[in-house]
Write a protein that binds this ligand. Sequence first.
Ligand code: CUA
Length: 256
Amino acid sequence: MDKNEKLAISLAAMTVSLFGIAIVFAAVTKDINVPGCVTDVKPFDKGQLVVHAPNRVELHVLARMWSFEPGDLEIAPGTTVDFYLSSKDVVHGFMIERTNINLMAVPGAVNYARAEFTEPGTYHVVCHEFCGNGHHNMMSKIVVREGASPQIIAGSGEVPGAVGLSDADKSLLQAKTCLACHSVDGSPSVGPTFKGLFGRTETLVDGTTRVVDEAFLRESIAEPSKTVIKGFPPSMPKLPLSEQETTQIVEALKKL
Ligand code: CUA
């Protein structure tokens, strides 16, 4: 090997090791963290409403199977809304009727649009990209009402057939999007109906049977893929629920 070749090889090796050391040094001492996905970092990690002024708000919408977080928005006429949209799982659509807003919610990306709502009324928001079993239930709304101050009103709507549930129960089930896939009146939907679910004996996809008791419900919420009831798709997402919310949902299901 020529002397110059050896020199070039050693120089290259030195540069590469220098890079390696610099990266390790930066990672260890400077606490640098490389985010994997935009929905893992603030402010796009969750759906939220940011109110800058009574008529000037930002809505961070996180689309997921099969709902839009943080839920329905209520504003007063003349409010300008900046929409920042991303997806937690697959590609979803985000179309607001009677406006020119038509976005795609793409995992790993944030899409933006601005709209001013001048006319009072209810503007429905729909997912227009086929995204699985619950696609047809994936919707939200923007209520423009005289005198309203900007707020999220998810869960204040009517739930047909929710006999015996308190308003707080209904709100929670709606806000956590349970009702996108589970009916409360026995009608068929994506997932098993909540009506009479508690205490029922169900056959799971692996052929075993189990009584739906409290332990079963808690397990289904914490680890949905482990307790799939036969005849239903294994598509229940893992929901971000606190211990208290889980308890409230379990208690609500007992009443149905
Ligand atoms: Cu989300 Cu269709």
